[in-house]
Design a protein around this ligand. Sequence first.
Ligand code: HEM
Ligand SMILES: *[C@@H]1O[C@H](CO)[C@@H](O)[C@H](O)[C@H]1NC(C)=O
Length: 323
Amino acid sequence: MASSSTTVFATVVGLALLLFVGSGSAQLNTNFYSKSCPKLFETIYPVVQAAVRREARMGASLLRLFFHDCFVNGCDGSILLDDTSSFTGEKNANPNRNSARGFDVIDSIKSAVEKACPGTVSCADVLAVTARDSTVLLGGPSWNVKLGRRDARTASQSAANNGIPPPTSNLTRLVSRFNALGLSARDLVALSGSHTVGQARCTSFRARIYNERNTLDASLARTRQSNCPSRSGSGDNNLAPLDAQSPTTFDNSYFGNLVSRRGLLHSDQQLFSGGSTDSIVRSYSGSQGAFRSDFVSGMVKMGDISPLTGSQGEIRRNCRRPN
Ligand code: HEM
Ligand SMILES: *[C@@H]1O[C@H](CO)[C@@H](O)[C@H](O)[C@H]1NC(C)=O
C-alpha cells in the first residue's frame, strides 16, 4: 500500500518535472493564437505586403530585425525598445545604429494587430511572422511560424554589441557564435543566405574591397570602390547590394557569388574560403531546393532561441516601450 502510493507519487512528480523541464521553447507552437487571435496572419500579411510594395528593400530590413532580436537575449522583442531613462537599448548598438530599419512598419503592424486582438500578441511574435512574410514576398520559401513568445521589459546595448557578430568575423568566430545559440554550421550558412537580399553600407565592406584582393573578384572590387571611398569618414553610409545579381529577390545567387569570390562582406566570403563550410555553399549554389529547405529549418531554430513564455515578460502594447 505504502509502496504503491509512493510509486504513484513518484510518477506524478516525475511527470510534473518532465513538463517543467520540457518548457521554454517547447511551449512555442504554431497554433498559439488560433483561439485568441484567429485572424492574426490575415492581419499582418497585408501590412507587410504594402510596405514591401512601397520599397522592396524593406522586406530585407524586416527579416534582419528578427535575426538581431533573436541573437540578443533570445527572441523577446528587445530590439524594438527605444532607449529610456532606466536603460540604453539595442537600437543604438554598433550593429544597429544607422543600419537597422523598419521600426515604423513594425509599429503599423502592431497597431493593426492590437485593433484585431487587444493585448494578446507579443511584439516578439509579430517580428517572427513579419520575417516569414517578408521572405515570402521577396520570393523565398514559406513555413509555419512557432508562436507564444512574450516581450522583454528591458534591453541591453552591450548585449547587442556582444551578441551580433560583426562583418569582420572569421569563420571560427561565426561558427562558435551560432553554436553557442544551438545553431549548426549548416544553419549559419543557410541563414547567411538572407544576404541574397538587402543592402550594406560602405563602412561594412570598405576594408574588404581595398585590402582583400586575393579573395575578391577584381571587377566587383572596382565597382564597389567607385561608390565607397577608401578614406574612413567619407561615404560611410553609401549603399551597395549584398547580392549584386538580384538584390530584391530571395534566391540562391548569393551562394554562386561566394563561389566566384563575389561575397561583399568579409564574413560572407569566409563561408567559402577553403574551410569546412565550402561544401555546403557549393551545394546551395547548385540547388535552390536544398537552400530553401535548410533556410526554413534554420529560421525555425533561430526562432526557438530563449523565448520568454508562460508568465515571463509581458505582452507589450506599444513595441517601443514597456507597458
Ligand atoms: C552570419 C553572420 C552575419 C553577419 C556578420 C551579418 C552582417 C551584416 C551586415 C554588416 C549587414 C549590412 C549592414 C549595414 O551595413 O548597414 C547585413 C545586412 C543584412 N543582413 Fe546580415 N549578417 C549576418 C547574418 C544574417 C542573418 C542570420 C540574417 C537573417 C536571418 C541576416 C539578414 C540580413 C539582411 C536581410 C540584411 C540587409 C538589410 C537591409 O537591407 O536593410 N544576416 N548583415
Ligand atoms: C578568428 O578571430 C578570433 C577573434 O575574433 C581570433 O581570436 C582567432 O585567432 C581568429 N582565427 C583565425 C583562424 O584567424
